[in-house]
Design a binder for this molecule. Sequence first.
Ligand code: CA
Length: 221
Amino acid sequence: MRVLYVEDDRMLGAAVEQALKDAAYAVDWVTDGETALDAAKLQDYQLILLDLGLPKPDGLEVLRQIRRTLPPVPVIIVTARDAIDDRIGGLDLGADDYLTKPFEVGELLARMRAVLRRQGSGADALLSNGDIDLNPATHEAGRGGNKVALTAREFALLNALMMRPGKIFSRTELEQRLYGWNEEVESNAIEFLIHALRKKLGTDAIRNVRGVGWMVDKANQ
Ligand code: CA
């Protein structure tokens, strides 16, 4: 799950960037509106976390342009506690949710999961397909009554596949969802994670489509 994080406060930015990484998100952190717009045009993000008080242009303008020119992407805006007009403006421009500073990282993560859930199949906190389910809050996967804990990257990979059952993901697509700009990707990293997930959940949990990529089969509901 790849997130564009726009925040010009360096200390807050660094702390939240680390928290998002710890929670298995691939994060691209930028500190001004112009770079945010460039990044949003270049990269396919699953969520944008947008501070409103930003240098050139401000967050509301960034949001306006994202909504006008890009395919739909969930946006959570971050505002100062007293900036009610900005919050209303942001929601009117199509933000999916907002958070006021200062906030607890736990609340931020919960709101991100909620927004992503609404984009997906429904209100269920568990992502499930066939006999496999995945809990985005705990990073636990379950199959046939067995529960296994996943590492951050294993979770991120399985989550990407399970958000879109039946879609084949290429190595590049998976790498883009799992790794931010400044993260080194080992050439066999994806294979390594697939191997680990199959070991935990069964070989048939993830299908390899030779020469194309990987997928989870779309289960009959
Ligand atoms: Ca700011």
